[in-house]
Write a protein that binds this ligand. Structure first.
Ligand SMILES: [Zn+2]
Length: 78
């Protein structure tokens, strides 16, 4: 019998490859992208609050990617 979930509180996520445009991991569906985000949260990384970790459909490959707002745009220094 298979366990529903592996012990380490992580979900099994389908990955459909890597996006050539963004270099990000692509997921076949929104569910998979969200599970991937959940895995990051469960992994206990600090500084990962619930406002981080979104998923979106990539206009280039039409698959799902995850993003986190931890990636800040640098303010241009004069
Ligand atoms: Zn893409």
């Amino acid at each position: 019998m298979r366990r529903k979930r592996p012990k380490g509180r992580s979900f099994r996520v389908k990955v459909s490859g890597t996006c050539e445009q963004t270099g990000k991991v692509s997921y076949p569906s929104e569910i998979d992208a969200k599970l991937a985000i959940a895995n990051i949260r469960f992994s206990g990384k600090r500084g990962f609050d619930k406002s981080e970790g979104r998923c979106y459909v990539c206009p280039a490959c039409h698959k799902w990617h995850t993003t986190s707002k931890g990636v800040r745009a640098k303010a241009p220094e004069a």
